[in-house]
Ligand binder design. Structure first.
Ligand SMILES: Nc1ncnc2c1ncn2[C@@H]1O[C@H](COP(=O)(O)OP(=O)(O)O)[C@@H](O)[C@H]1O
Ligand SMILES: O=C(OP(=O)(O)O)[C@H](O)COP(=O)(O)O
Length: 410
């Protein structure tokens, strides 16, 4: 993959794909965290300083994430708050208004085009149903509209690397292409975990999107990358069920209603094959009369709804984190949004922040929890990606990485 310093962009039109898909307040639809914008700013500044005519494309929300499907106007305002010379927002992803604005750009000027997800060919439902190969995407509206106007393509959207959309994978065959510096950083940080993690290498897998955790667990156990997996959240609860504990009717119904019990077989398999490498909670927390209580797992089942690690489990995990030389975290340890249940996530995140080991965290809620409890600079790398990061660490080939590997040079 070429980096952005390998081309001369002076007076050339550069198409830059960034990922500034952000969490929104459900009522006001205002941006609640702009961390992906902040991470994209160095790339934007670098290309403008190199004299590019910069055309930025990005998405927000989706047909499958309709509550977050909004225009990129506020995103452009947030970008401008970080730049000396403002870029212009064009509320059109690639139609006549976008094309006219591109044609008028001068060296060192930038525009952000409209939300890509207003184009049928960019939404997940289309992507899942139609399944175009990158070479078949030459005929999409986006590529036909933007290709004749652009000289270079830069992709800095690692967080969307698992999306096989034209904006992500089609231009690499058609324009001289570079990987943006953020993408390079994300891959370097994840490779440090994938390739030669310094032992002991500890994975903390919690949260609720446990299909991600289970895919990654198989990979890191099989390839001997993980010396220890500390399970929490629903992942930890499924592990307990796989060991034969009953969590009580309330929690088991919650798990079954969400179809998460399908991971029980995988959990049993991992526990049988790698018993010494997987830690499960020794106690769980519940609330009674507004107070937090911990219940040792030997006392299960109980009717309470468990929503966090218990105090003994937290202490045991804190010790392992302090000993680790490499730490990867995905998924909060409990329902950290509710006060009595933030304890596990808060204390474990604090342990990560003060650990000596190289630490990488990623995932929407994982990073939000980190912002709540610790200073992000105390973590060695905060990945902007969620699904893409987990798939990368699960050893799956990402459409973006495949496209970048066979990208056109000058
Ligand atoms: N024991 C638990 N029971 C139910 N939900 C949980 C539990 N532990 C964590 N969660 C929930 O998991 C969610 C975050 O998980 P996930 O989406 O997998 O993380 P990320 O976005 O970092 O990938 C949070 O909303 C949290 O409340
Ligand atoms: O937010 C993203 O991924 P994530 O939810 O895995 O962090 C990316 O912007 C991809 O967005 P998408 O899941 O709407 O394609």
């Amino acid at each position: 993959m070429k980096g952005i310093d390998e081309y001369n962009y002076k007076n050339k039109t550069v198409l830059l794909r960034i990922d500034i898909n952000l969490p929104l307040d459900p009522l006001t639809k205002k941006i609640v965290s702009e961390s992906r914008i902040k991470k994209s700013i160095p790339t934007i500044k670098a290309l403008l300083e190199k004299g590019a005519k910069l055309v930025m494309i990005a998405h927000q929300g989706d047909t499958l994430d309709y509550d977050n499907l909004i225009p990129l106007k506020e995103h452009a305002e947030k970008i401008n708050a970080c730049l000396e010379k403002p870029i212009t927002y064009i509320d059109d992803p690639c139609g006549p208004a976008a094309q006219a604005a591109i044609a008028e750009l001068r060296a060192g000027e930038g525009i952000l085009l409209g939300n890509l997800r207003y184009l049928t060919e960019e939404v997940s439902t289309f992507e899942n149903a139609i399944k175009l190969k990158p070479e078949e995407m030459e005929h999409t509206y986006l590529v036909r509209s933007l290709l004749p106007l652009c000289d270079y393509y830069v992709n800095d959207a690692f967080a969307a690397a698992h999306r096989n959309a034209p904006s992500m994978v089609a231009f690499q065959r058609l324009l001289p292409t570079a990987a943006g510096p953020l993408m390079e950083k994300e891959i370097t940080a994840l490779d440090r975990i994938m390739e030669h993690p310094k032992a002991p290498c500890v994975f903390l897998l919690g949260g609720a999107k446990i299909s991600d955790a289970f895919g990654m667990m198989r990979q890191v156990l099989q390839t001997k990358r993980a010396d220890l997996i500390l399970t929490s959240g629903i992942t930890g609860e499924i592990m307990l069920m796989a060991k034969g504990y009953s969590l009580g009717e309330k929690k088991e119904t919650f798990i079954k209603d969400r179809g998460l019990d399908v991971f029980l077989d995988a959990a049993k398999e991992y526990l049988e094959q790698y018993p010494e490498k997987i830690r499960v909670p020794v106690d769980l927390a519940y609330e009674k009369n507004g107070k937090r209580h911990s219940l040792p797992v030997e006392k299960l089942p109980q009717p309470e709804m468990f929503m966090d690690l218990g105090d003994e489990s937290i202490k045991l995990y804190e010790k392992e984190i302090a000993r680790a030389n490499t730490i990867f975290v995905n998924g909060p340890a409990g329902v950290y949004e509710k006060l009595p249940f933030e304890e596990g996530t808060r204390r474990i995140w604090k342990a990560i922040a003060s650990a000596k080991g190289y630490s990488v965290i990623g995932g929407g809620d994982t990073v939000s929890a980190a912002q709540k409890y610790i200073a992000l600079q105390d973590v060695d790398y905060v990945c902007t990606a969620g699904g893409a990061m987990v798939r990368y660490l699960s050893g799956r080939e990402l459409p973006l990485i495949k496209a970048m590997k066979s990208a056109r040079a000058e």
